[in-house]
Design a protein around this ligand. Sequence first.
Ligand code: ASP
Length: 305
Amino acid sequence: MLNKKDILGLKDMTKEEILEILETAKEMKTRIDDSSKRIDEIKGCSIVSLFYENSTRTRTSFENATKFLGANQVNIAVGSSSVAKGESMYDTVKTLESIKNGIVVIRHSMAGTPNYIAKKVDAHIVNAGDGQHEHPTQALLDMLTMRRHFGKIDGLTVAIIGDIKYSRVARSNIFGLLTMGAKVKLFGIKTLMPKGIEEMGATICNSVEEAIQGSDVVMGLRIQLERQTSGQFPTTKEYFAEYGITMDRMKLANENAIIMHPAPVNRGVEISGEAVDSDISRIFDQVTNGLAVRMAVIKLLAEGK
Ligand code: ASP
């Protein structure tokens, strides 16, 4: 049983905890692939999602995960709730908790918001992405995808390429992958590399080619224009020509290498459309694996109560 109240990030998650979630997700996957397979449902538990930032995949997969588990799902449209009347986030979550929502899934543009709320309420808090900080369920689904392809994570070389500075996906993956024994290589243009990133334990590369060379997994990251200030980025056409992930550049990767991306993808910016649709791409499998990981997280938190 997962001995955690909340899922806030991978920084403080142990190898055993990550493995427990991945093993549970594997079990959940059999249910997704074959609806006749039974899993113990978690009736009586109510999950609410509170998204202060846009989302397609994360939000809908949490919703579907809840349905697959037979639990109740409530969505708060932040724009039309009391939040729009100036209610504090603490009061909103406390209210949701008072009407018996046991798990609150939060996405917010401010780093640390889920951690702050988690300390103040008894409900389980799941971080669905907080600013540039962490996106734990994304990194878990990425690791599930790698494990399904390679049968392991330990010993893999994973290149993370693109907008490292603004990416919560990069941070959660660096923490998780290093904990699981993978080697992580990073490449981003200078303005999109955060100061001190090398201290996290990843290898910094000087070109996209150097990052791809000898890697088993090549993970592209979206250029997050919405979080950037001006002057950090050349034109998208120049960026793609110099740094884009293409099938030609993928020839430098290891045999059996795969392409991943958390999506949304900007085709022709950080990655070519051909690479997204290629048979070595796992981008759409990642989305399905996200459903399994979110089912696992909900199940483990609900059972741990
Ligand atoms: N979907 C991911 C996130 O929410 C990646 C992205 O937005 O580019 O962080």
